[in-house]
Design a protein around this ligand. Structure first.
Ligand code: G3H
Ligand code: ZN
Length: 282
């Protein structure tokens, strides 16, 4: 089916008191795995391309973005396409033509006032071009971004930040951090509840690979509406490949990439069903 707008997917998740799973794409197999898991579970999902993934593909956005659009349009699932952790206006401005339905602009390493100014300007541009817009608020006065371990988002600052920037969604720092390879993060669920009361827009959890499934479900109950997952797919991908590469006669990449894709599909499906308990086909 055609791409579904991120605004619709987020609104639906919020009104159902569930969360939308958003999964990072690096290779075509990642995109295929996310679409298959969404079909299998009967649940919507977002495919995300990060600025780092664009850099990996030689700084070119279009090849991976076009592949994602094709995968989404060939799927029966409701899928959107999100450009993640964008730090430059140059990349932001490529998003609409490349088919994206939303963007996350990450100025969280700037100090507060500079973050507000850069984010508000990016949000206005995104809205003028029909994109749902996610922002990130870093540590108070800090330089380390919102997802370094130990960093926390302050609820009243978060509310002011959203009002000042006109963001549609806010990435918050509540105990997770990026690229964890073990599910041993401890979320601050009370802070999520406070943030959900203070901030009028949907809250986004980044670095969700390190969060145990039980806590992901609790985070949704506490008020998280979008859950970003990247590393978990890569753990599944690499684990499957590592297991079969001991066979010297195995040289056809389709043999091991198929196993990697299946492993990622299972990982995505597990997250999706955790975020929308009691629904879907899974
Ligand atoms: O924006 C993407 C996510 O925050 C991914 O984080 O790779 O730690 O799951 P993760
Ligand atoms: Zn992130």
């Amino acid at each position: 089916m055609p791409l579904t707008s991120t605004a619709d997917l987020v609104d639906r998740a919020r009104s159902d008191r569930h969360a939308l799973g958003a999964f990072n794409v690096i290779t075509l197999e990642h995109a295929e795995a996310i679409a298959t898991a969404a079909e299998q579970t009967g649940l919507p999902a977002l495919l995300q391309v990060s600025e780092n993934a664009v850099a990996y593909h030689g700084g070119r956005l279009a090849p991976l973005a076009r592949a994602c659009v094709e995968v989404c349009e060939a799927s029966r699932a409701a899928l959107g396409l999100h450009l993640d952790h964008v730090t430059t206006e140059e990349l932001l401005h490529q998003a609409p033509a490349a088919g994206f339905t939303s963007v996350m602009f990450d100025a969280s390493r700037l100090d507060y006032l500079a973050n507000v100014a850069a984010t508000r300007s990016a949000a206005r541009w995104a809205h003028d071009h029909g994109l749902w817009f996610e922002a990130e608020l870093g540590e108070v006065g800090g330089k380390d971004g919102a997802h370094a371990p130990g960093v926390r988002t302050d609820p009243s600052e978060a509310r002011s930040f959203v009002e000042a920037t006109e963001a549609d969604g806010l990435a918050v720092a509540v105990g997770s951090s990026h690229a964890m390879v073990h599910q041993d993060a401890v979320l601050d669920l009370e802070l999520i509840e406070e943030l959900a009361r203070a901030v009028p827009v949907p809250l986004v959890l980044h670095g969700s690979s390190g969060v145990p499934y039980g806590q992901l479900a609790q985070a949704v109950t506490a008020g998280i509406t979008k859950v970003n997952v990247g590393t978990a797919l890569n753990i599944a991908f690499t684990g499957a490949v590592r297991e079969c590469l001991t066979d010297d006669a195995l040289v056809d990449p389709r043999r091991y990439l198929a196993l990697a894709r299946t492993a990622m599909t299972e990982s995505v499906a597990a997250v999706l069903t955790t975020l929308s308990p009691g629904t879907g086909a899974g």
